[in-house]
Design a protein around this ligand. Structure first.
Ligand code: WTA
Length: 635
């Protein structure tokens, strides 16, 4: 029996037990059998939750692109590696074979080298979902440069913050992007960001929308001519297993985003293993994850995990609503998609539309459906199961995080019986714990608590770039000797997990992590705003939407409140991006505060949820009287 591919429930339990009894042996066998190493490791794992420090496969040497590309060339050189489906259904899809991918990644890698990029340098990638995005990611990995992809929906301020934090030497972008019927001028967002980024020496610009843009002399270069001239082979840089692979920023509960650092060997082994098992990937399957590569889902399950398994992975440039709400299903039929992985927010948006959009297409190629990013509600689960899966495809509800690098809790399709809204069981190698508020583990079933992981797994983020102390405080200080996820969860009578949501100040809107602090900081920049607090409230499509409580400055003038609302959202769009706009803004005289001055978000959250008879004790507040006025004026 191979550890690598679990085929029955019995095998799952057997493998899981083995992975707990002897984690080192378990991962060592997988690493040995299924990957190409230039040199084997000296130690499988060493770790210390106190420091905290985690090292997997120390002493080993490899290049992840050899595992994702080169080793497939003999057996599946002509197989499609990346299948690019453009924004417009009228534009032809592009099938990039493993051979072609090899050539394009090598050429890109040589361009990076020619432009002075060396091992360890950071390269910021700000691109739409076009092949160059995956290719530039792999090109960085080829030469040992550390990629930091920034989602191309982020504003110039958010982009600048991320570039400065990791001191990127280069930005890779495009002349613009398509988004449904619209085009977006990415290059001017980059130009604006770079006014405040001194580390960037070079900007490579890919042509996508053929718009008329300005190149800044000495800094900006068209990518295509450089690629044309570049040599088509590039010897991979030999990396240590613990050398950095990429930085990816995620929101936290304080102002600045956290640059999660992932390293090479463990990340590769874990994403490949989980991809194979959670999607039950078979050689001729065509796998499609609708996420953007700007998020961890895209890194792990569009690029690295699938390619390490020699899979065909789809990259979709468009949106689910263009040219109409049938687009996803049209693409499924067109490319005979076998595994389809998306977010609950997309499912809810599509479930609101007419069923004809789904029924018009032949979805019989589908074998496995997946979701990720936020809890999926029962209704959305059933809609997905009934109408897309026709009750025959298992749904894998995969729980994980930017920090975990790969999926942690998920059913295995055709193996684990699914239960709506439950992510089910931990994957092999993942040892979970539920903790109570006093730091004690809650044992047994039919219990809930704070979700923690008590043993290291290969793809855990190793640090926060430039701030190891924050890494320690955020993830390893709440409970001793374990990783705290920030999520709450319950464990049912058979041991299945259901994620109940964040327990910290992070709100998940349409599957995007938004920290309250940076949004409040943005709101407070409005000249009329004295103070603000935001909370999430349930939203039919987005899962959560944002509700802002705003105190205006006493200036004596009367302001048009609707204008202030618009201006606040404008500032948020500029600082963070349109995803963080507030749905509701209530002006208030005060905010409920503890005696130490901390805003009691719990109370604001309950008011926004309309749970008024359950506010708890407000008498300990500094200003209990403000609560009634907030209730009276709620939106
Ligand atoms: C939430 C995305 C419920 C959770 C891969 C987590 C989920 C955060 C699920 C991480 C799920 C993700 N069920 N909640 N299946 N998947 N989450 O870093 O709160 O963008 O902590 O990683 O999303 O979001 P991130």
């Amino acid at each position: 029996m191979s550890n690598y591919h679990v085929k029955t429930l019995e095998e799952y339990f057997h493998v899981y037990r083995k992975s707990v009894r002897n984690p080192e042996l378990f991962w060592e066998e997988i690493a040995e059998e299924h990957f190409v190493w230039r040199k084997k490791w000296d130690t499988v794992l060493s770790y210390d939750f106190e420091k905290p420090e985690f090292k997997w496969f120390e002493g080993a040497q490899l290049n992840i692109t050899e595992n994702c590309i080169d080793r497939h060339l003999h057996i599946r050189g002509d197989k499609t590696a990346i299948l690019f489906e453009p924004n417009s259904p009228d534009e032809e899809a592009e099938h990039i074979s493993y051979k072609e991918l090899h050539k394009r990644v090598c050429k890109f890698a040589n361009v990076l080298k020619d432009q002075g990029i060396k091992k360890g340098d950071r390269v910021c990638i700000y691109l739409p979902m076009i092949p160059e995005l995956a290719i530039s990611v792999l090109a960085c990995a080829r030469i040992g440069a550390v990629h930091s992809v920034v989602f191309a929906g982020f504003s110039s301020t958010a982009l600048a913050t991320r570039i400065n934090d990791c001191e990127a030497k280069m930005v890779v972008t495009s002349d613009g992007s398509y988004r449904g019927a619209k085009t977006i001028d990415l290059k001017s967002i980059v130009d604006e960001a770079l006014e405040n980024c001194s580390s960037v020496k070079t900007v490579l610009v890919a042509k996508r929308i053929h718009s008329d843009i300005q190149l800044k002399e000495g800094r900006d270069k068209w990518l295509e001519p450089l690629l044309e001239e570049a040599y088509q082979d590039c010897v991979p840089e030999i990396m240590d297993a613990e050398d950095p692979l990429f930085i990816l920023y995620t929101s936290g509960s304080t102002g600045s985003p956290k640059g999660m650092l992932h390293t090479t060997g463990g990340y590769m082994v874990y994403t490949a293993y989980t991809f194979k098992n959670v999607f039950n990937y078979k050689e001729n399957d065509v796998y499609w994850c609708t996420a953007d590569i700007g998020w961890i889902t895209g890194h792990s399950y569009i690029v690295y995990g699938p390619l390490a398994n020699g899979a065909t992975t789809v990259m979709f440039e468009g949106v689910p609503s263009y040219p109409d709400f049938g687009r996803f299903w049209e693409v499924v039929e067109k490319h005979k998609i076998t595994q389809f992985y998306t977010a609950p927010t997309a499912i809810r948006a599509l479930a609101k539309e007419k069923l004809e959009f789904v029924d018009a297409y032949d979805l019989s190629s589908l074998k496995v459906l997946g979701t990720v990013g936020e809890p999926i509600n029962e209704e959305a689960w059933h809609w997905y199961n009934d109408n897309v899966g026709k009750k025959k495809n298992p749904i894998v509800d995969t729980w994980w995080q930017t920090e975990t690098g790969g999926m942690m809790i998920s059913p295995l399709p055709y193996i684990t019986p699914t239960k709506p809204t439950y992510a089910a069981l931990p994957l092999p190698g993942i040892q979970l714990a539920l903790m109570d508020e006093n730091g004690k583990e809650v044992k047994g079933n039919q219990v809930d608590g704070r979700l923690c992981v008590k043993f290291p797994w290969p793809s855990i983020a190793r640090t926060i770039w430039g701030n190891h102390q924050r890494y320690k405080e955020t993830y390893f200080s709440a409970f001793n000797n374990m990783y705290f996820t920030g999520d709450g969860a319950l464990r049912d009578e058979v041991g299945y997990y259901r994620i109940t949501g964040r327990v910290d100040d992070v709100i998940i809107v349409s599957g995007h992590n938004l920290g309250t602090a940076p949004i409040e900081d943005a709101i407070n920049e409005h000249p009329a705003v004295a103070e603000s607090a935001i909370v999430g409230f349930p939203h039919e499509v987005k899962g959560n939407a944002l509700y802002g409580y705003v105190i205006l400055k006493e200036t004596g003038e009367t302001r048009n409140q609707d204008n202030v609302r618009k201006e606040i959202n404008q500032i948020i769009t500029e600082h963070i991006g349109p995803i963080a706009k507030l749905d509701k803004i209530q002006f208030t005289e005060g905010l409920p505060k503890t005696r130490s001055g901390k805003i009691m978000r719990r109370i604001l959250r309950k008011i926004a949820h309309d749970e008024l008879n359950n506010l708890g004790d407000v008498s300990t507040l500094l200003n209990p009287e403000v609560v009634q006025s907030i209730i009276d004026n709620r939106l």
